[in-house]
Ligand binder design. Structure first.
Ligand code: SF4
Length: 186
């Protein structure tokens, strides 16, 4: 006769390094903050053309970006910490993109999706910005024209890894400020 166990074993799929014992777990504040940030990224979708459609597929039920804690899109820069740039960015659009980036609070990350956002793509013309990293710093690039939703998920996972492992003091460091200064951002 089979017996039904009522005991509930909880096995977290991921937990940071720390010290564990009967009924307690201790780790450093950096790791807890990193864990929270990485699993609650709020993306701002800056979509100007076809790559944005692929992002919509990534949000939809089949790929379900909500599984990674990023289902809450923000169309306000002040409530977003992941800027996702998707599509062709014209030079006229450049200042708008830059203003959106500057309005986002730290810590923030930038994901460049697709050939157009990353390098201008096939549009090697006078009117198209040949890569958004000419005006704002980029953390992760997703190649492709368009990238598949699996690639978008892979890019998000890479951003999560950056967020999770980042030292809390990085944003105040001279190196980070020097990097922003290269873009003329204070
Ligand atoms: S990379 Fe390709 S799919 Fe994406 S916006 Fe450019 S032309 Fe469209």
């Amino acid at each position: 006769m089979s017996t039904i166990s009522t005991a509930i074993d909880i096995h977290p799929s991921y937990q940071p390094d720390g010290i564990e014992g009967q009924g307690f777990f201790a780790t450093s504040l950096d790791k807890v903050v990193g864990l929270a940030r990485a699993n609650s990224l709020w993306p701002l979708p800056f979509a100007t053309s076809c790559c944005g459609i692929e992002f919509m597929a990534t949000m939809a039920s089949h790929y379900d970006l909500a599984r990674f804690g990023s289902e809450r899109l923000s169309f306000s820069p002040r409530q977003a910490d992941l800027l996702m740039v998707m599509g062709t960015i014209s030079k006229k659009m450049g200042p708008v993109l830059r203003q959106v980036y500057e309005q986002m609070a730290e810590p923030k990350w930038v994901l460049s999706m697709g050939a157009c956002a990353s390098s201008g793509g096939i549009f090697d013309t006078y009117s198209v910005l040949q890569g958004i990293d000419r005006i704002i710093p980029v953390d992760v690039y997703i190649p492709g024209c368009p990238p598949r939703p699996e690639q978008v998920l892979d890019g998000i996972l890479k951003i999560q890894h950056l967020a999770e492992t980042e030292q809390r003091r990085r944003r105040d460091s001279p190196e980070y400020k020097a990097m922003l200064a290269q873009y003329g951002i204070e």
